[in-house]
Design a protein around this ligand. Structure first.
Ligand SMILES: [Zn+2]
Length: 165
């Protein structure tokens, strides 16, 4: 008898993956085909051996806890790396900002303006503290004029430095 049955079809038959009519056709063939009977027996033996070896593998009782713990550690590690990246970026921005304030012409202008603002505030507090006396008023007015002159000078200096750059 000529047999063109392939192993995949026999395996599917053995695993119950075929339709009822397909299974009946295969069964009828197997009943008349010694080659397929031998192959089916071998497949059943392999399947049985695999099932027996699988059933003897003992699963550790704490496996689930260890898996959950590992997942938690991986998640925490990723979160820590993300936070580190954010903090690193913030630190880099602060460093760049400090260098920019320290060395750029606009940074010098910001520092001068801060000092002028501080001096003007200090003078205003002194003026209020002395009750509006004449000399402090004169000093404050002169300070404000000096501040305006300074700002004008700084702006001119910055404009001239921009032209040379
Ligand atoms: Zn056959």
């Amino acid at each position: 008898m000529q047999c063109d049955m392939d192993s995949l079809t026999l395996s599917a038959y053995l695993d119950g993956e075929l339709s009822e009519s397909e299974a009946e056709t295969i069964q009828a063939h197997i009943d008349d085909c010694p080659r397929c009977q031998d192959e089916l027996a071998q497949l059943q033996q392999v399947t049985h051996s695999v099932q027996m070896s699988l059933s003897t593998v003992a699963v550790p009782e704490d496996l689930q806890n260890r898996i959950l713990l590992t997942i938690k550690e991986i998640h925490q590690g990723a979160q820590a790396r993300r936070l580190l990246l954010v903090y690193g970026c913030c630190l880099a921005l602060v460093v760049v900002g400090v260098f920019w304030l320290a060395f750029s012409p606009f940074g010098k202008f910001v520092r001068v303006m801060f000092r002028l603002g501080f001096a003007a505030g200090h003078s205003a507090v002194q003026l209020v503290a002395t009750g509006g006396a004449v000399w402090p008023t004169v000093i404050v007015v002169l300070s404000v004029l000096l501040g305006i002159a300074s700002v004008t000078g700084v702006v001119r200096m910055l404009k001239s430095s921009e032209v040379t750059v």
